[in-house]
Design a protein around this ligand. Structure first.
Ligand code: NDP
Length: 243
């Protein structure tokens, strides 16, 4: 199967930013969508806007049962899953010396364990069907390490490692895709508790960041390829972004 029309796509973190833009982009091309995130009001208004082929299931990706239930909701509603997009992520940046271990835990739980729970929720299903695609949203932070972003970078390196391992273990059956954006203007970083870092990040996103729609285009490109073509990584930065 190639193209986007009629593909069943599960998207985590669909309540804002990149996840929301991907949902809108794929909906235009006729995908059937199961949207997951915690903020039900946002999910509901997006699903209402997109119409009958979009549904949602309130999901906290740090809860394994929630992620299993999200996948089940997609299968119950649409019959199967063609694509999982592990997009949910958080970025409360800080220096290691600030000792914000609770924030490190949160990033590990959402950005790494959430991705693994997603993979687990669809893997048997996709292997049985000998067909499927898992798209993990990593980051340029998965390609380098920056001061004040050590734990976040660690989580995004892990996402890339998991995606590559998934690709190798499921070759011939499942397409594994990493999308690594640079700065994008979204709500990401609103939870940074160090004011200086937050100002820097939010200013960069606002002044030079990509639009979430730019990343949605990369997702649409990777999904629309024929089954025999696996786009394994897209690295996409604002032209002015150096690192
Ligand atoms: P947003 O903050 O706009 O979106 C993050 C999404 O993740 C929200 O929908 C949020 O929904 C969801 N989320 C957070 N925690 C959980 C949770 N525990 N369970 C379920 N969903 C959760 O940021 P972006 O759109 O920018 O982020 C999307 C992805 O893109 C992330 O993985 C991020 O790391 C990555 N990225 C972003 C870049 C950027 O500059 N913006 C650059 C590189 C990568 P809710 O709160 O409703 O649960």
């Amino acid at each position: 199967m190639s193209g986007i029309k009629d593909k069943v796509v599960v998207i985590t973190g669909a309540s804002s930013g990149i996840g929301e833009a991907i949902a809108e982009r794929l909906s235009k091309d006729g995908a059937k969508l199961m949207l997951g995130a915690r903020r039900e009001d946002r999910l509901k208004s997006l699903a209402d806007k997109l119409g009958g082929d979009a549904a949602y299931h309130v999901t906290d990706v740090t809860r394994r049962d929630d992620v299993q239930a999200l996948a089940k909701a997609a299968i119950d509603r649409f019959g199967h899953i063609d694509v999982l997009i592990n997009n949910a992520g958080v970025m409360p940046l800080s220096f290691l010396s600030e000792g914000k271990v609770d924030e490190w835990d949160k990033m590990i739980d959402v950005n790494i364990k959430g991705v693994l729970y997603g993979v687990d929720a669809v893997l048997d299903h996709m292997l049985e069907r000998e067909s499927g695609q898992v798209i993990n949203i990593a980051s340029t932070a998965g390609h380098r390490v920056v001061k004040s972003g050590v734990v976040y970078c660690g989580t995004k390196h892990a996402v890339r490692a998991i995606s590559e391992g998934l690709r190798m273990e499921t070759a011939g059956k499942i397409r594994s895709t990493i999308i690594s954006p640079g700065a994008v203007e979204t709500e990401l970083g609103n939870d940074i508790s160090n004011d200086q870092i937050k100002d820097r990040v939010k200013t960069m996103q606002k002044d030079t960041g990509l639009k979430p729609e730019d990343i949605a285009e990369a997702a649409a490109y990777s999904i629309s390829q024929p089954d025999s073509v696996s786009v394994n990584e897209v690295l996409i930065r604002p032209t002015v972004q150096e690192g």
